[in-house]
Design a protein around this ligand. Structure first.
Ligand code: GLC
Length: 547
């Protein structure tokens, strides 16, 4: 056993956290208006604690017209009242804290909604004091970074008729980019972060981080210190609340990744690992561990005080933009064979369970990888029960459907006649088939297995805190890795292939004790030798010193 079992209360709690991303408006409606809310989420904290979640990530909760699911903020100092009041939020934070669950939320610094009072003022005249909160040009400029939502937008510059200038928007035209170099804008964000930290949040997911540090030809940007915005955010956090974190969203090339942690580990604590996500999906599609192994081998090391955050699915499209065209075509053919399952020419708008054809063996394999791979796992609400998507709703809303609690009307999400989020009602992933209540009763359910994976992960702090390495295997379908920390060692074996195998892997002279395995695995053979793995099977092993 390791000398220290957990550091959950330390400033490094996030290294060993289990993060659960939740869209409050789609999770649980407490007052029957068809929209999920803080009180509803509070009612479900027992479920989340039981599952083993240690940190909730609330998708945007600030006041917004919800034209981009809340990533279009109209007031940074208030919650969207459809979710509840500030009082309800504080109550949720308190109740979560009592259960040992921390809470972070999305902070959208790159842009506001065009309904934000700053933008309304900025566009009222060229000499308005808020004009420089945004980025204006007399003519559209070359696209600084391509179009994020091809098919939905055609330019990054939009003409403001009244004042005759163009404003920059990397995302939708109703999301004007803030001029983050403006000291007044920086000062606003210090106050904004200050407010939510005082309320009890343990940090933020920093939305669209690459755009904050981008300098390419933009007015007012200072090319000599592009990382200043991230560093300033980190400094404020450290001063105000030393244990709070920044979890960054940055889907960037491998050689740029580590820049986001800062040279001294003084920018983002955690970075969502989009490249691992895509390598994982390619490996699952090919039933071959090598793409994943290759990625893990090439993964730039992080400063000690930083880490990656792994995920299988986010609430956006599953982007395959880091794969080659051939690899992307392969993944599309395997997991999104129909055009309507794809988005922006680069991504998949399905959830993982439907991509894997509802095959519970493959889903458990994917989540065993998620919870055992080095770094911090992030689960999207509903993944633990294997929720699917609704392809009848446009764009990314397909994967933002209501949480499926039971087979009651609206899946137990709401008693309203009409609900705000879409809900998957029919088919194999409909709420009558896939819901929490049924899976709680079924010991063989995905929910039970995900719970077991999370519990076991917590018994293996080596995975979050330790040094890890890949172990050589003799099977293309097999991935084996080992993590060591504080005198303890854990090895985890996965078979990504649909045929069983015997894996030769060198575990040294260790005495091997199985911590958890896929339910179909037979007990480990007594004698040393190859380790049997079922099709899509996996085993988590604790390695004790010999003797
Ligand atoms: C992030 C969010 C996405 C949003 C975009 C613009 O990529 O994940 O949902 O549309 O930022 O804020």
């Amino acid at each position: 056993m390791p000398a220290v079992r957990s550091e959950a209360t330390s400033d490094l709690w996030w290294k060993d956290a289990v993060i659960y991303g939740v869209d409050v408006k789609a999770f649980q409606d407490s007052d029957g208006d068809g929209i999920g809310d803080f009180d509803g989420l509070a009612e479900r904290l027992g479920y989340l604690a039981e599952l083993g979640v240690t940190c909730l990530w609330l998708l945007p909760i600030m006041r917004s017209p919800w034209r981009d699911n809340g990533y279009d903020v109209a007031d940074y100092f208030d919650v969207d009242r459809r979710l509840g009041t500030m009082g309800d939020l504080v109550e949720l934070l308190r109740a979560a804290r009592e259960r040992g669950i921390r809470v972070i939320t999305d902070l959208v610094v790159n842009h506001t909604s065009d309904e934000h009072p700053w933008f309304r003022a900025a566009r009222s005249s060229r000499d308005n004091p808020y004009r420089d909160y945004y980025v204006w040009r007399d003519r559209p400029q070359p696209q600084p970074r391509g179009i994020v939502f091809p098919g939905e937008e055609t330019s990054n510059w939009e003409l403001d008729q009244a004042t005759g200038q163009y404003y920059l928007h990397r995302f939708y035209r109703f999301q004007p980019d803030l001029n983050i170099e403006n000291p007044r804008v920086r000062a606003e964000f210090q106050k904004i972060m200050g407010l939510w930290l005082e309320l009890g949040f343990s940090g933020f997911r920093v939305d669209a981080a690459p755009f904050l540090i981008e300098t390419a030809g933009l007015p007012g940007k200072s090319p000599d210190d592009p990382h200043a915005p991230l560093r300033h955010m980190r400094e404020l956090l450290s001063r105000r609340r030393g244990d709070a974190i920044l979890l960054g969203e940055a889907n960037v090339a491998p050689d740029q990744i580590t820049g986001y942690f800062g040279r001294y580990g003084n920018e983002l604590h955690l970075l969502l690992n989009f490249i691992l996500n895509q390598a994982l999906v390619l490996s699952l599609a090919r039933e071959d561990a090598r793409p994943l192994a290759e990625h893990l081998r090439d993964l730039p090391t992080t400063p000690l005080t930083c880490q990656y955050a792994n995920f299988t699915r986010s609430a956006d499209e599953l982007s395959l933009d880091r794969l080659t065209a051939d690899e992307r075509a392969e993944v599309f053919a395997a997991f999104a064979p129909e055009e309507r399952m794809r988005l922006y020419g680069r991504g998949i708008r399905r959830r993982l369970p439907s991509m894997l054809g509802g095959d519970q063996r493959r889903l458990e394999l994917a989540y065993s990888l998620l919870f055992s791979l080095p770094d911090t796992p992030v689960l999207l609400y509903g993944e633990e029960i294997g929720m699917g998507e609704d392809l009848d709703v446009p764009s990314r809303a397909s994967v933002r459907t209501a949480m499926q609690w039971s087979d009651a009307p609206n899946g137990g999400f709401s008693t309203a006649e009409r609900i705000h989020p879409a809900i998957v009602a029919d088919g194999p992933f409909g709420y009558r088939q896939v819901n929490v209540r049924a899976q709680l009763r079924d010991p063989d359910s995905l929910l039970h297995q995900v719970g077991a994976l999370i519990r076991t992960r917590k018994d293996c702090p080596e995975l979050g805190f330790g040094e890890w390495r890949l172990l050589q295997t003799d099977q293309p379908g097999a991935l084996a890795h080992q993590a060591d920390w504080a005198g303890g060692s854990v090895a985890v074996l996965h078979n990504l292939a649909g045929t069983g195998c015997q894996v030769k892997v060198d575990l040294g002279a260790a005495r091997v004790e199985e911590q958890l395995a896929d339910r179909r695995e037979r007990p480990l053979p007594d004698q040393a030798g190859p380790i049997p793995l079922e099709p899509y099977g996996w085993r988590w092993l604790r390695l004790h010193p010999p003797g």
